[in-house]
Design a protein around this ligand. Structure first.
Ligand code: NAD
Length: 279
């Protein structure tokens, strides 16, 4: 992977949650290639350790850790290990997040519903709790643990919102609202830490193609599904976003020299989706 920006992060310790996932494994790698010491955190221990081992084989400085962003004890314990292995956290990337099928309606509009479909009225409370906890508390709790390292020395927090934070996507009310919460919380943190030399920003990615959603976006013959065609028709650049296209913005926003006056922004990286009214 060649980096879009050459920023020297030598000796910075970057903690990345959700680092076994599509987006945050790429973010973790981009910081490691920029000479940072990277702590890769994920619930999926096997996957995150394998990713970290592969990066180490390339001569990059990193460690993989099992961590649950919803469990404070797990975060406290992993924080201790990171302090011993790499040092105090300079940059925190809050990447763990996602939706849950139990919090998703089958139809876009209620008038399309029938007895066999899951409507808004059938949404499961446990699914809604899961989505709000993972996306919101899963950002708040790691920030409580790792931003303490930044209080004396300064630092940077980067959250991952979504373009559905601006205008909600159909079918996924909890995920859209939770990501709107992340955009809001990003501004709150930016203000709270403004005089403590800690900046906080977010990126709001558009649609990426991943293993989880590939079958929802493409038919077996490779043609776009109905929902996928709708997404593309509402995206001025008429294409999906690639995970690597997030990296320039991430490296820029986390660099104190390039982005010294930037705090509290949520940057859409969505091929124009959030700018387009559809008309
Ligand atoms: P992904 O599913 O590939 O990765 C998420 C990772 O988080 C997984 O490795 C998972 O094991 C980990 N995780 C889940 N629960 C956890 C927990 N409790 N503690 C620690 N780790 C946990 O997702 P992704 O597509 O890479 O998304 C990364 C972030 O970007 C998420 O916040 C997501 O909401 C956001 N996002 C994704 C898209 C997209 O199209 N993929 C678009 C906008 C925003």
């Amino acid at each position: 992977m060649s980096l879009p920006l050459n920023i020297d992060y030598t000796d910075k310790v970057v903690v990345v949650s959700g680092a076994a996932g599509l987006i945050c494994s790429a973010i973790a790698r981009s910081f490691a290639l920029s000479k940072a010491k990277v702590a890769l955190l994920d619930l999926n221990e096997e996957k995150v350790k394998k990713i970290a081992e592969d990066l180490k084989k390339e001569g990059l400085r990193c460690e993989g850790y099992k961590a649950n962003v919803l469990d404070k004890d797990s975060l406290i314990s992993v924080h201790k290990h990171i302090l011993e292995d790499l040092g105090p956290c300079d940059i925190l990337i809050n990447g763990a997040g996602g939706n849950n099928p139990k919090a998703t309606t089958d139809n876009e509009f209620h008038f399309e519903a029938n007895d066999d479909t899951k409507t808004f009225f059938d949404l499961d409370q446990s699914g809604i709790d899961f989505v709000f906890k993972l996306n919101f508390q899963g950002t708040l709790l790691p920030t409580q643990i790792f931003a303490k390292d930044m209080l004396e020395r300064g630092g940077c927090i980067l959250n991952i919102s979504s373009m559905n934070a601006y205008v909600p996507l159909t079918k996924i009310p909890a995920y859209s609202a939770a990501k709107a919460g992340i955009s809001n919380f990003t501004q709150w943190l930016a203000t709270y830490f403004a005089k403590s030399n800690i900046r906080c920003n977010a990126i709001a990615p558009g649609f990426l193609v991943s293993d989880q959603n590939r079958s929802l976006l493409f038919n077996e013959d490779g043609s776009p599904t109905k929902r996928s065609a709708k997404i593309l028709n509402n995206t001025p650049m008429h294409r999906f976003v690639d995970a690597d296209e997030l990296l320039g913005a991430v490296l820029f926003l986390c660099d104190d020299r390039s982005a010294s006056a930037i705090t509290g922004v949520v940057l859409p990286i969505d091929c124009g989706f959030s700018a387009y009214s559809g008309v």
